[in-house]
Design a protein around this ligand. Structure first.
Ligand SMILES: Cc1cc2nc3c(=O)[nH]c(=O)nc-3n(C[C@H](O)[C@H](O)[C@H](O)COP(=O)(O)OP(=O)(O)OC[C@H]3O[C@@H](n4cnc5c(N)ncnc54)[C@H](O)[C@@H]3O)c2cc1C
Length: 477
């Protein structure tokens, strides 16, 4: 599905000029890799490096945008983590993934077990859910796999009643979109496949069968690591490496268009934060900005608007509360799947690294989902009031604990795979593939649910493609 690079230059170039859009983990990792052999400039719209993996320093607190442990669920990506462990040394500590789910008025260990969900029900209701589930499994065995949307994918595997009990409201709450509007591919990516034996075993014993728990994609099984002063230590490290190898980052430069020369990107049109515009020339363009935004540089305005609608993002508002307390949670983070509670997740970074808050103080990060339509229109004050009110109501804090707050919004937290996603995605890839010296990658650029490890791996792949394109030798890892 990814773009192919064609028309490589005939002779090797000495120091080709490579522009990278976005100074998140993906852009910086690529820059650090290719800086020794290329003239590298990273253009970043914002004022800081790190993107979604930045750490905000605020009055002695180190704040991440939600919990950010580094882990890998696939052996192929463990090497990139090993590399970071060597570079960060004692600053990257192994941590335990202690997380919980707030469900039915109390905390359960994460992930929620089928038995915990069923404990909410009367025996008559239980029988109804059981019948619905068994009916779905029989239909599935006979080949009924559901239509192309999220809701019917889940119903075909778990039954309509379990879907309505858990998946419907959690999905709508998390992504701000009704599940029938989401693609089945999205469900296949996020929801584990199950079978009757797994569910019955879990419901009766409370334990996952070994086959389900040992699934290679189970993050609970992966070793997790966390930098001493927040996840931002990783982009900081990459930025230092890139600079030492001759690369640079220009902040406050938003890419707004491309200058094309036949089937090549000859330059990037950039708007400075104070409004000035210029075109910066390049021999190769590697982009980590949102895929529909990049594609909009290559198509007429009407088609660009349709693309943004077809490949939208849901955002997050992060409410940080500063508290006059040593600790609040026993866990590193807690999920809130029920619709009656307005936020999705609560995390306490100090439980991942004590150095992230001053002594006698801690911070909580409360994540509110913003649908593409709503876009986080509530005011900062209203988010803070809601967070404090709900956390008091649930018994996590008292109002006198709170000594400050900060609200940060991220409009591009999750690319939404709506119904019809594969066709739209392929059309965009085909269009980008027509530009010989262009690569789009990373969480936004690939429009995938990548974690840090996957972004680092993709940066390595793109470095290899650039080296091949210019026939460079000695590209450093
Ligand atoms: C809430 C949350 C929790 C997460 N938790 C984890 C976790 O526990 N473990 C884990 O491994 N991963 C986690 N992730 C994923 C991880 O944060 C991302 O995979 C990673 O940070 C993405 O990096 P990126 O560089 O690909 O994209 P981004 O970080 O989004 O970087 C893109 C950059 O491009 C810039 N940009 C955008 N448009 C333009 C433009 N037009 N011109 C110039 N610059 C532009 C942006 O400002 C940004 O800096 C989490 C993500 C979220 C949202």
């Amino acid at each position: 599905m990814r773009s192919k690079l064609r028309s490589a230059p005939r002779s090797p170039r000495l120091r080709p000029k490579v522009i990278i859009l976005g100074a998140g983990i993906s852009g910086l990792a690529l820059a650090a890799r290719i800086a020794p052999r290329c003239d590298v400039t990273v253009l970043e719209a914002g004022g800081a490096a790190g993107g979604l993996a930045r750490t905000i320093r605020h009055k002695g607190f180190h704040l991440d945008l939600g919990p950010h442990p580094l882990y890998s669920t696939e052996a192929s990506r463990e090497d990139v983590i090993a590399g970071l462990r060597r570079a960060l040394g004692r600053d990257l500590a192994e941590i335990e993934r202690t997380s919980a789910v707030w469900f039915n008025g109390r905390l359960f260990k994460y992930p929620l077990k089928m038995r915990d969900i069923l404990s909410k029900l009367s025996s008559a209701e239980l029988a109804g859910y059981g019948l619905s589930f068994v009916g779905a499994r029989l239909g599935y065995t006979l080949g009924r796999r559901g239509r192309g949307d999220f809701a019917s994918w889940v119903k075909a595997r778990y039954g309509g009643k379990v879907y309505r009990l858990y998946f419907e409201e959690y999905t709508e709450k998390s992504w701000g979109v009704s599940p029938p509007l989401l693609s089945a591919a999205f469900a296949a990516e996020r929801v584990p496949e199950t079978n009757l034996l797994d569910v019955v075993t879990e419901a009766v014993t409370g334990r996952r069968r070994a086959s389900a728990a040992d699934h290679p994609h189970n993050p609970q099984k992966a070793r997790s690591f966390f930098p001493r002063l927040g996840v931002g230590m990783i982009p900081d490290l990459l930025q230092r490496e890139m600079k030492a190898r001759g690369g640079r980052v220009l902040f406050g430069r938003k890419a707004v268009g491309l200058k094309m020369l036949r089937n090549n990107a000859a330059g990037v049109a950039v708007r400075h934060h104070h409004g000035r515009r210029e075109v910066i020339p390049c021999d190769f363009l590697a982009s980590t900005i949102p895929l529909p935004e990049l594609a909009s540089f290559l198509v007429p305005a009407g088609e660009a608007a349709r693309l943004r609608q077809a490949l939208p993002y849901s955002g997050l508002a992060f409410v940080f509360l500063f508290l006059k307390k040593e600790r609040v949670l026993r866990h590193k983070w807690v999920y809130f799947p029920e619709k009656g509670i307005p936020f999705n997740r609560l995390s306490e970074i100090k439980n991942a690294s004590a150095a992230c808050a001053p002594p006698g103080r801690t911070s909580l990060c409360v994540e509110f989902a913003c649908s593409p339509q709503e876009g986080g229109r509530s005011s900062d004050g209203s988010y803070v009031r809601t967070a404090v009110r709900e956390l008091r109501r649930l018994g996590f804090i008292s109002a006198s604990d709170v000594c400050g707050s900060l609200v940060v919004r991220e409009p591009n937290a999750y690319g939404l795979w709506l119904r019809g996603f594969p066709e739209h995605y392929q059309r965009v890839q085909d269009r980008l593939g027509e530009v010989a010296n262009l690569a789009s990658f990373g969480r936004q650029g690939d429009f995938q649910y990548f974690n840090l490890d996957h972004c680092l791996l993709r940066a390595g792949e793109i470095a290899g493609r650039i080296a091949g394109f210019f026939r460079l030798e000695g590209e450093r890892s």
